[in-house]
Design a protein around this ligand. Structure first.
Ligand code: ATP
Length: 461
């Protein structure tokens, strides 16, 4: 990551190169909603595909699931979201703005306000002179009160109390409610996991930091069911796995750390939670994903609320028990942002020339390779087209015949394309092409017919 990378730089770069756009921009935009453009959508898909590959496809103890966003409202009573999925909210009477009480306190003091009750927060905000409205410096605040983060909607044509439904605030509950279905249909044996990727919705009071915190976002969660007593070992195992996933895909380990939640601040369902945090240049160390020991809380609550027994029968031990759950839960958007800033570099080539390059791991890069004909004319262009046609389909490949080769390299460097293949006049004679590496800028010459295998090796390596 380049030291000088700022939020403004990343936002304008993302827009200029078609990674991420403000949602509804032609109408002036809507706060905290973003759209992924042609390069962004490829990159985010790669992040999700890599997660899925590592969590599901390369393992024989994890299966996938894709549950509905709108679930039975009782699900959210059982999970505790109806009662406790709250942020503490305070309103400034001078500006009329609402703030998350803990954010307001933590911005002005070194007090850790997470987990405090509404009355403790009110007391603190009213008494501590350092806490001011960031907008106008005012010190006239209302009482702090809890605000539920779930988006409410209605199912069917009648907007009445009994038709209230919620947009899911996490994907995990779709996994717990399908625990029995999966057990009955897929021959899984504890320990095993169920993974899911999908949209979640939270009516965040203070969204911000670009795609770091939005109201609509995509989660990647896996619930790993284990025998009670083995849960602590599995927790450590998944923490290591997840750490290794990031670093194998190129995240600088210097920018990654673990944060152990203090016991007294754990969520109601958790025995232990450790976050993997990334050192965002504009937000400091912030959660990328949480790895939680959710115990048997969720399965037991759903058993209680639904009347359906959710347990595992161990044939070998001839006994039934409710498994414990280890949950690595991350956000696809937040991870995409981390990959983006970690890869962003501005290299000074000469005094008045800066090369912007995204040093993305080839697996995360939106475009894997670009094919350049040195000339737009035949037969060079024909050979280049043939090569392009041969390569596309396996991956996203670009074809670019506009401008000088140097400019074409720069365009691909900015897009994070790891390899550029140039077809030149010599190719017509020696049947060889040049592959240029984005990071080292070194070039090698190889036979046209070897390009496909060579790229495959370079990308998966
Ligand atoms: P935070 O403390 O940042 O609000 P959280 O602890 O509530 O996050 P979890 O409920 O553990 O988050 O959700 C798992 C993951 O989902 C987070 O690590 C994050 O990557 C992602 N996530 C959660 N909320 C948002 C959001 N509003 N926007 C984008 N991603 C989110």
């Amino acid at each position: 990551m380049s030291q000088s990378v700022t939020m403004e730089k990343i936002v304008s770069f993302s827009k200029r190169r078609g990674f991420i756009f403000q949602s509804s921009e032609i109408y002036g935009g809507i706060r905290s909603a973003y759209d992924y453009g042609p390069l962004g959508v490829e990159m985010k898909r790669n992040v999700k595909d890599e997660w899925w590959r590592s969590m599901v496809h390369t393992r024989d103890d994890v299966v996938g699931l894709d549950a509905a966003i709108i679930m039975h409202p009782r699900v959210w009573e059982a999970s505790g979201h109806v009662g406790t999925f709250n942020d503490m909210l305070v309103e400034s009477r001078t500006s009329g703005r609402r703030y998350r009480a803990d954010h307001l306190i933590e911005a002005a003091t070194d007090i850790d306000a997470e987990g405090m009750t509404a009355s403790e927060l009110t007391e603190l905000i009213h008494s501590d002179e350092r806490i001011k409205d960031p907008l106008d410096g005012g010190r006239d605040f209302t009482e702090v009160r809890p605000f539920n983060l779930m988006f409410e909607t209605y199912t069917g044509p009648v907007k009445s109390e009994e038709n209230i439904a919620y947009l899911r605030p996490e994907t995990a509950q779709g996994i717990f409610t399908n625990f029995k279905n999966v057990l009955d249909t897929s021959r899984v044996k504890v320990p095993f996991g169920i993974a899911q990727i999908g949209k979640s919705f939270r009516n965040e009071i203070t969204p911000g930091n670009f795609i770091f915190r939005t109201r609509e976002f995509e989660q990647m969660e896996m619930e790993f069911f284990v025998e009670p007593g083995t849960d602590e070992g599995w927790h450590d195992y998944w923490l290591d796995q997840r750490w290794n996933w990031y670093t194998a895909l190129g995240i600088d380990p210097e920018n990654l750390r673990r944060y152990e939640h203090p016991k007294e601040k754990l969520s109601h369902y958790s025995k232990r939670t450790v976050d993997l945090e990334y050192n965002f240049p504009f937000a400091g160390w912030s959660e990328l994903e949480g790895v939680a020991n959710r115990t048997d809380y969720d399965l037991k609550r759903h058993t209680e609320f639904s009347g359906q027994k959710l347990e595992y029968r161990d044939q070998q031990q001839n006994r039934a028990y409710v498994p414990y759950v280890i949950e690595p839960a991350g956000g696809a958007d937040r991870m995409t942002l981390a990959f983006l800033v970690d890869a962003y570099e501005e290299e000074e080539v000469s005094e008045d020339d800066v090369r912007t390059v995204l040093k993305l791991h080839p697996r995360i890069a939106p475009i894997k390779a670009a094919v350049f004909p040195l000339s737009k004319k035949e037969p060079v262009s024909t050979v280049a087209r043939e090569l392009y046609d041969d390569l596309k389909g396996d991956y996203r490949i670009a074809y670019d015949d506009g401008g000088s080769i140097g400019r074409r390299y720069r365009r691909q460097d900015e897009a994070g394309t790891p390899f550029c293949v140039t077809v030149d006049f010599d190719t017509l004679e020696d049947k060889q092409v040049t592959i240029r590496d984005r990071d080292t800028m070194t070039q090698e010459r190889i036979p046209v017919e070897a390009v496909r295998d060579r790229l495959k090796a370079l990308i998966s390596g």
